[in-house]
Ligand binder design. Structure first.
Ligand code: AKG
Ligand code: FE2
Length: 330
């Protein structure tokens, strides 16, 4: 039995697909609606140059094709869970059928070890720009001051990350030194266990191989068909907090069925470590929408997240139990 499994619905008809070439107010309305109902949507006609995407994908394929010892040597000097990872996700004992490369977007010393750092940097700039644009569209429709969200990810000390995930076909695991012990699990293996993304916004792309599932309001897992020309966007925990619970930080997971390699690249847009995060004043209405979350720094929340398991509902600990009056000025 796959841990945490729920019923799976068969089509991704529930996943909104937003055409960013539409009229601006239309786009912002659709984005806000998607964030309130599912916390997840796809964008098409997003303006990111296909050559930037293709270069990043090819360089990632080349990296994962390298011998294990070469991949293992890619480690961050000061953070043990950064760099190349195999199976172990995070620091609290989570694991999945995955190998990955995790790095800070502004860690130029780390990035310079790669022959493909220019492809990575171009990709980061492009998805960061897309994330900013989406956050600005949200702010417009929510009628909050311009750049309220995007300015948090625009500063040089923003703590944003990129994770390139590679889910290898199951035969490689079955035939190799790593053995899948249980037959039923070998049919549907957890690639990346259920979790919410802790940051502000995630912009994710994959290579045309599915596996990603999102949990809808009925608690059903909705498979997300992979469209290599689209970006998937999901609300992170911090955006749920800033919107005082109006946006949903969607629970998602990857089930690797094992026939083809899934390659995904996630850009996690995050604020600087010392940024104070809490519900923004226009999102708090004393009568019908009182403050739901406390105020905390990203650094405090990140520490908390890293000391818990992926599937833990980490945001619950930061709900208010009393009225707080430490308003944040963004
Ligand atoms: O690989 C995917 O599609 C999703 C991975 C994911 O959820 C993550 O890296 O946070
Ligand atoms: Fe995720």
């Amino acid at each position: 039995m796959v841990k945490g499994s729920q019923k799976i619905v068969s089509v991704d008809q529930d996943i909104p697909i937003i055409d960013m070439s539409q009229e601006r107010t239309q786009v912002s309305k659709q984005i806000v609606k998607a964030c309130e109902t599912l916390g997840f949507f796809k964008v098409v006609n997003h303006g990111v140059d296909q050559t930037i995407i293709s270069r990043m994908e090819q360089e990632s394929i080349n990296f994962f094709a390298k011998p294990v010892h070469e991949k293992n040597s890619v480690k961050s000097a000061n953070q043990p869970n950064f760099g190349y990872g195999f199976r172990d996700i995070g620091l609290s004992g989570d694991s999945g059928e995955i190998e990955y490369l995790l790095f800070h977007t502004n860690d130029s010393a780390f990035l310079s070890q790669f022959s493909f750092s220019s492809a990575v940097n171009c990709y980061i700039e492009a998805v960061k720009q897309l994330a900013r644009e989406i956050l600005d569209l949200m702010a417009e429709e929510l009628r909050v001051p311009p750049y309220t969200f995007s300015k948090l990810i625009s500063t040089v000390d923003s703590d944003s990350l990129v994770r390139v995930n590679h889910y290898t076909p199951s035969d490689e695991f079955l035939g190799g030194t790593t053995r899948v012990s249980d037959k039923s699990e070998s049919l549907m293996r957890v690639g990346f266990g259920e979790h919410t993304d802790p940051q502000i916004l995630t912009v994710l792309r994959s290579n045309g191989v599915g596996g990603l599932q999102v949990s809808n309001s009925d608690g059903l897992w909705v498979p997300v068909f992979s469209d290599p020309s689209a970006f998937c966007v999901n609300v992170g925990d911090l955006l749920q907090v800033m919107t005082n619970g109006r946006f949903i930080s969607v629970k998602h997971r990857v089930m690797a069925s094992g026939k083809e390699s899934r390659l995904s690249t996630a850009y996690f847009a995050a604020p600087p470590l010392q940024a104070k995060i809490g519900p923004i004043p226009p999102m708090i209405k004393t009568v019908n929408q009182p403050r739901v979350y406390q105020t905390f720094t990203w650094s405090e929340y990140k520490k908390f997240v890293y000391s818990h398991r992926l599937e833990d509902s980490r945001l619950d600990m930061f709900r208010t139990c009393k009225d707080e009056d430490d308003e944040i000025v963004y």
